[in-house]
Design a protein around this ligand. Structure first.
Ligand SMILES: Nc1ncnc2c1ncn2[C@@H]1O[C@H](COP(=O)(O)OP(=O)(O)O)[C@@H](O)[C@H]1O
Ligand SMILES: [Mg+2]
Length: 509
C-alpha cells in the first residue's frame, strides 16, 4: 500500500515524489522469535509518521533496521528511491533516539548534547559556544538547567530531553524517536510535540513511536500499525479516534468502555474516608470516600495538588492535618507501613522512580511486601515464595520465562504487572493506584484494567490517580477533580465525559 503516491486513477503531470523511506518484505528473526515478518511501508518526505503496535509488535526492531543497526534477514530498504545496505544507512543522514536512555551520566549536559560533534575553534573545542547553544536548546523546553551540570544529577525525564536535543542538534533529515515521551511529564511531552511540529516545518521527516494515542492523533500525518511483527495498515490521520487505533493494534475489541451497573456500589459500606486532609502549599481540606466495590478516579492537571495528595494518602509525604479512616476506624499511623498494616495497598506507577527491584527476581519482587509471612521456623520459605510468584505470573499473564526472571528483562507492561501483583500480595481491602498504566501499551493497559475491575468486583475499594483522562473515563465509576490545591467537584455515570472533567480541572466552571 502506498502512502505518498497520488491516487492511481488521478492523472498528474507532476511526478509523484519519491518517498524518503520505503521498506518491502523486511523480515528479522531472533532465534524462534519472528520480530518482523515481510513488513513493508513507505514514509513521505517531510511528514511525521507514527508507528503503533503493542509491546513486542516489532516497532523497535523495525526502527533499528531502518537506522542500520540491524541487518534484516530478508527484504529491501530504499532511501529516496535507492536500495541501501545497513552500512549505508548507519553512515547516512538518519538519527535515532532509542527507547532506552543512551546518555553519558558522568559528562555534562552540554557535552551530552554535542558528544562527537563539539564545536571547534582554532583546533580547540569552543566551550563557550557549546554551552551557549546548549542553553538555547534547553530553553526550548523551558528547562532552567546549568549546562555544566553532570547529567547523572538530572531526573530521568530531563536526561531524556537532553538525549532528544542531541538528536535535534544533529540536524538529520530523518529523525527516529522510539517512545520519547514515556519518561516525560505532560508538560514536557507537550513541549516535545511542539518541537516536532517545528522540525517538520523545517523540512525534517520524523518517524515516531508512542503509546500516547492522543499525542499521535495530534501530531502524525500517517500512522503505520504493526501487530505480531506484521504490517497491518498505514492510515492517513484524518477523522480517526483512539478506539480506531486500538482496535487495529490489538486486533480485537477491548471490552466495555465503562463499568456497568453502579447502583449496588452506591449502597455498599464506605471502605476509605478522607476527612479534611491538608498539606499546606500542596492541597487543602480534601474530603473523599470510596465504597466497597467502587473504583473512584482522581484527576487534576499539573499543579492541582493531585500528585501530592496521592502521595500523602500513602504517607509518602505525610499530611499535616485531617483524618483517614479505613472501614470507619481512624488510622493513627499514616506511614506507609502503618497504612499497609491497616489494610491499604499502594502502587506507584512511575517504574523509574519507585517500586521494582530491577535486578532481583520476579519472585523476590512479588514477595517483598509479605516477606515477614514467608518464613518457616525463622527461615525464608523459598518454596512459598516461588509458589506465590508462579501464581501471580499466571494470574496477571506476566510474560517471563519463570519466577527467576528479572524485571529489567521485561517490557514496561509486564514490569507494571509485577508491581501490581506485589501491591496486591498482602490482600489489601483498599487499593490506591498512582498512574497504574504509565508508559505501558494498550494491550497491557487493558489487562491492568481487567485486574482493577476484578478487584472491585471482589469487593475491594479502589482509588485511581491518572493523568490519562480517557483511561479514567473507561475504568472508574466516578471521577473527583482537583484544581488549585482543592477538590473542586465530581462527575459520575452518564455525566462523565472528557469535556465535563476538563471544565472542572481547567476552571471554566
Ligand atoms: N535482541 C533481541 N533478542 C531476542 N529477541 C528480541 C530482541 N529484540 C527484540 N526481540 C523480540 O522481538 C520481538 C519484537 O520486539 P521489539 O521490536 O522490541 O517490539 P516493540 O518495540 O514493538 O515492543 C519481541 O518478541 C522481542 O522479545
Ligand atoms: Mg520498542
Amino acid at each position: 500500500m502506498s502512502v505518498a503516491a497520488p491516487e492511481p486513477n488521478v492523472r498528474s503531470t507532476i511526478a509523484p515524489e519519491t518517498p524518503i523511506l520505503g521498506l518491502s518484505g523486511v523480515s528479522k528473526s531472533y532465534g524462534a522469535v519472528k520480530a518482523l515478518r515481510e513488513v513493508g511501508f513507505k514514509v513521505a518526505r517531510g511528514e511525521v509518521h507514527a508507528i503503533l503496535g503493542e509491546n513486542g509488535a516489532g516497532k523497535s526492531t523495525a526502527l533499528k533496521v531502518i537506522n542500520g543497526e540491524i541487518e534484516p534477514d530478508e527484504g529491501e530498504i530504499r532511501l529516496a528511491g535507492r536500495a541501501t545496505s545497513a552500512a549505508d544507512r548507519a553512515a547516512g543522514d538518519i538519527t535515532m533516539v532509542h527507547q532506552e536512555l543512551a546518555v553519558f551520566p558522568n559528562m555534562s549536559v552540554a557535552e551530552n548534547i554535542f558528544v562527537g560533534r563539539m564545536p571547534r575553534r582554532g583546533g580547540r573545542i569552543d566551550f563557550r559556544r557549546m554551552h551557549a547553544r546548549a542553553a538555547e536548546l534547553l530553553q526550548l523546553f523551558g528547562l532552567q538547567i546549568d549546562t555544566h551540570e553532570i547529567l547523572g544529577h538530572l531526573t530521568p525525564g530531563q536526561q531524556q530531553i537532553v538525549e532528544i536535543l542531541r538528536a535535534v542538534e544533529s540536524d538529520a533529515s530523518l529523525l527516529i524517536l522510539d517512545e520519547p515521551t514515556s519518561g516525560l511529564n505532560n508538560r514536557e511531552a507537550e513541549t516535545l510535540m511542539a518541537l516536532i511540529a517545528r522540525l517538520r516545518a523545517d523540512g525534517h521527516t520524523i518517524l515516531y513511536v508512542s503509546h500516547r494515542l492522543h499525542e499521535v492523533l495530534e501530531i502524525a500525518d500517517h500512522i503505520t500499525v504493526l501487530r505480531d511483527g506484521q504490517f497491518v495498515e498505514t492510515l492517513r490521520n484524518e477523522g480517526l479516534c483512539e478506539d480506531d487505533l486500538i482496535r487495529r493494534m490489538v486486533g480485537r475489541d477491548l471490552g466495555p468502555v465503562a463499568p456497568a451497573d453502579t447502583s449496588a456500589v452506591a449502597k455498599a459500606p464506605v471502605a476509605l474516608a478522607v476527612e479534611a486532609m491538608s498539606l499546606p502549599g500542596a492541597f487543602e481540606d480534601v474530603h473523599l470516600t470510596v465504597r466497597k466495590g467502587e473504583i473512584v478516579g482522581v484527576f487534576g492537571l499539573e499543579g492541582s495538588g493531585a500528585e501530592q495528595f496521592s502521595q500523602a494518602l500513602f504517607g509518602i509525604v505525610p499530611p499535616v492535618s485531617g483524618t483517614l479512616r479505613l472501614f470507619d476506624r481512624p488510622v493513627r499511623d499514616v506511614s506507609p507501613a502503618g497504612l499497609m498494616r491497616a489494610g491499604m495497598g499502594y502502587l506507584n506507577g512511575n517504574r523509574k522512580e519507585a517500586g521494582l527491584y530491577m535486578d532481583r527476581s520476579i519472585a523476590d519482587n512479588v514477595s517483598a511486601p509479605v516477606l515477614d509471612r514467608m518464613t518457616r521456623f525463622c527461615m525464608i520459605d523459598a518454596g512459598r515464595i516461588d509458589a506465590l510468584a508462579r501464581a501471580d505470573i499466571r494470574r496477571f499473564a506476566i510474560r517471563v520465562p519463570g519466577p527467576e526472571g528479572r524485571p529489567r528483562e521485561l517490557s514496561g507492561g509486564n514490569q507494571q504487572k509485577v508491581m501490581i501483583s506485589a501491591c496486591l500480595a498482602d490482600g489489601p481491602e483498599v487499593i490506591v493506584l498512582n498512574e497504574p498504566t504509565r508508559g505501558v501499551d494498550v494491550g497491557a493497559k487493558a489487562e491492568v484494567h481487567e485486574v482493577v475491575r476484578k478487584e472491585a468486583a471482589g469487593g475491594k475499594a479502589l482509588l485511581v490517580f491518572s493523568s490519562d483522562l480517557p483511561e479514567l473515563l473507561r475504568l472508574v465509576h466516578r471521577i473527583v477533580v482537583m484544581r488549585s490545591r482543592r477538590l473542586v467537584g465530581e462527575v459520575a455515570g452518564e455525566a462523565m465525559s472528557e469535556a465535563a472533567v476538563m471544565a472542572l480541572a481547567a476552571g471554566s466552571r
